[in-house]
Design a protein around this ligand. Structure first.
Ligand code: HEC
Ligand code: HEC
Length: 174
């Protein structure tokens, strides 16, 4: 107890409230621009972006990534195996930045909320959030040669490998 009537508990609640507000404000622009955090360094983009978009970890929960990383030898019909050190580094990054990770912002938490707790989806393009976000893109567009598959994010989201999915950076190929 202090003489001024401000207890330590009061004070720390106040500090928490202030920093939570600052945190919410700091998150707001990123949220509006649909920017997802990406693993630092180049390993992730080099290894997991060599055959397709380097998908932002926040698009799937940790259990999905763990399952996928546990079977890279038969990854959608391809061998995507990694050396032990790279495997460990990538798995750690995926789990830290996953949709159910502790750093998840509002948008990422919504993505997580739309995935049933018992499910570990392997395709981002089959999640509820993906379908919801793309329900206005007509069918014939998905069938264009330069797109090929809905999982080909970078065909339309030109900066997807940086985790950027904002509206202004969408270019639908002809
Ligand atoms: C040797 C090529 C190759 C490498 C390397 C590779 N993948 Fe894939 N991945 C594929 C193929 C092929 C598909 C299926 C594409 C399709 O049918 O849409 C796929 C699909 C995926 C999907 C589902 C996409 C969707 O439809 O939503 C995810 C997620 C994914 N890969 C993550 C990873 C991660 C993480 C790594 C690195 C550990 C990785 N991939 C490395 C070939 C690869
Ligand atoms: C055929 C082109 C196309 C492909 C391929 C595509 N998208 Fe999109 N995406 C769009 C369009 C168009 C929108 C709606 C524009 C908007 O409102 O941002 C959109 C919206 C989004 C948004 C919401 C952006 C916002 O501003 O709220 C996210 C996130 C997103 N896409 C992620 C993905 C991911 C992840 C993939 C790959 C697994 C993908 N998209 C594949 C065209 C595409």
């Amino acid at each position: 107890m202090s003489a001024s009537g401000i207890t330590w508990k009061n004070l720390s609640t106040l500090i928490l409230a202030v920093s939570a507000t600052a945190f919410a404000i700091a998150q707001a622009p990123a949220d509006d621009d649909a920017i997802f955090p990406m693993p630092a360094g180049k390993i992730y983009v080099n290894e997991c972006g060599s055959c397709h978009t380097a998908f932002a970890p926040g698009l799937l929960p940790a259990r999905s990534w763990r399952k996928m990383m546990g079977d890279l030898g038969s990854h959608f019909g391809e061998d995507a195996s990694l050396d032990e050190p790279q495997h460990l580094a990538i798995q750690k990054d995926l789990e830290v930045l996953a949709a159910d990770g502790t750093q998840a912002n509002m948008r990422i938490r919504r993505i997580n909320g739309a995935i049933p707790a018992g499910a570990a989806p392997q395709r981002i393009s089959e999640t509820g959030y993906f379908k919801y976000m793309h329900d206005e893109v007509p069918k014939h567009i998905w069938q264009r040669k330069k797109i090929g598959t809905p999982g080909n994010c970078i065909a339309c989201h030109t900066r997807a490998n940086e985790g950027r999915y904002g509206e202004r950076e969408v270019r639908i190929p002809q």
